[in-house]
Design a protein around this ligand. Structure first.
Ligand SMILES: Cc1ncc(COP(=O)(O)O)c(C=O)c1O
Length: 407
């Protein structure tokens, strides 16, 4: 066939080949819809107060930035081992020993491109098609999508404000089936701010040991706790550690969301599998970001205490203000930087949390995330990783709008 007839075929073609059925599983998130609408309003000069962001509004501490700059200047800009540089792995091993009471060797640490990537690796190496993974709702929506991408099935154990978003032992046991492969927990939690007490960690460990399940513990918010010990589930005993993948990172506690450094601490066989996977998918996380992260994990606690204390003050402020909005009920979250009020008392007949969130954006010019996104219908999520001034003004607008429409 000559070049001419070939181009005719291309011109006549009206269809393109289909995408993989895998990506069809990924639904566009309502959070993005709200965020892009809020951004479009801002671009039109409308003063929108955004409570959507899942990232600290502080700058990354200077020592960390200096270490990364020095690494670039010294030419540390090439490939590194896929699973991370030894210096950073050792800093993580030291941090886990000091703060989490966990003993690991550097070979058990896999450094990835953010904790999200660490969760992805863990699910990819543990979950086969048809395997079930237990999640505690409300949960960070990424988990369900990543489980589905691996062909797995998310199985939800619902929690609510009545128990401070702590799951019941009976509900957890009832969710186990012969197909269950793993339990995934996230304490402190996005979106609820809930922190699991030690008793709940023990119950999860007991169920995992009894049914031969893996435990994936996403502890990315571990340093952001307010009068409450977070505690690593793997620290309950060697038998628990041997089946747990502990995930952490510097995004939230050190204000380093853009650096893309997360880690897994895992049993050796799991760590090796994750390293092999990462070899074929991303190779190493950015070389000089790793140098900065090594400094972060060695920072004395008082360096990040100021950020934690500010979050605690904002938490108290926002929860107090939200509880003053007619129809809102907000538990005091013990960790992370999210308030998750129940808003059913403020809904009109037939109205959902998704409707309320989009109405608040239109009427009050305030962006919040509907709880349904996290399987927490009847709630909204507000990130208090924003200034006290924004918190005061944003919740004032919400209250005013709700009062006006019920008047
Ligand atoms: C529960 C939870 N895990 C993990 C992550 C991702 O962290 P990273 O930015 O390090 O990928 C987030 C970010 O929002 C989160 O909320």
């Amino acid at each position: 066939m000559g070049a001419r007839s070939c181009s005719t075929v291309i011109l006549n073609s009206v269809e393109t080949p289909s995408l993989s059925s895998r990506v069809e599983l990924l639904k566009p998130s309502p959070t993005l819809a709200i965020t892009s609408k809020a951004n479009a309003m801002k671009a039109q000069g409308i003063d929108v107060i955004a409570f959507g962001a899942g990232e600290p509004d502080f700058n990354t501490p200077q020592e960390i930035c200096d270490a990364a700059k020095a690494a670039i200047d010294s030419g540390f800009t090439k490939y590194t081992p896929s699973a991370g540089i030894v210096e950073l792995k050792q800093a993580i091993v030291g941090k886990l020993a000091r703060e989490n009471n966990l003993t690991y060797s550097p070979e058990q640490i896999i450094v990835s491109c953010g904790a999200k990537h660490s969760v992805y690796n863990a699910i990819q190496v543990l979950v086969n098609p048809g395997d079930e993974v237990i999640l505690f709702a409300p949960y960070w929506m990424t988990y369900a999508d990543q489980i589905k991408l691996a062909g797995g099935v998310p199985v939800v154990v619902q929690t609510g404000p009545e128990t401070d978003f702590v799951p019941s032992y009976d509900d957890l046991r009832a969710a186990v089936t012969p197909r269950t492969k793993a339990i995934l927990l996230n304490s402190p939690s996005n979106p609820t701010g809930g922190v699991f007490p030690r008793q709940t960690l023990k119950e999860i460990a007991t169920v995992a040991l009894k049914n031969n399940l893996w435990i994936i513990s996403d502890e990315i918010y571990e340093r952001l706790v307010y009068g409450f010990e977070a505690g690593s589930i793997a620290a309950l005993g060697q038998d628990v550690q041997d089946r747990t993948i502990t995930i952490g990172g510097c995004s939230k506690s050190y204000a380093m969301t853009g650096w893309r450094i997360g880690f897994s601490a895992a049993p050796l066989a799991v760590a090796k599998a994750m390293s092999n996977l990462q070899d074929q998918v991303t190779s190493n996380p950015t070389s000089f970001a790793q140098k900065g992260a090594a400094v972060a994990f060695n920072l004395p606690s008082d360096q990040i205490e100021a950020m934690r204390a500010e979050f605690e003050a904002r938490r108290d402020l926002i929860v107090g203000l939200l509880n003053d909005v007619p129809g809102f009920e907000c538990n005091l979250p013990h960790g992370a930087f999210y308030a998750f009020p129940k808003v059913t008392g403020a809904l009109k007949p037939g109205e959902s949390d998704v409707d309320l969130a989009s109405w608040l954006l239109e009427e009050a010019k305030v962006a919040v995330v509907p709880g349904s996104v996290f399987e927490g219908a009847g709630h909204i999520r507000l990130s208090y990783a924003t200034s006290r001034k924004n918190i005061e003004e944003g919740v004032r607008r919400i209250k005013q709008a709700i009062v006006d429409r019920t008047a």
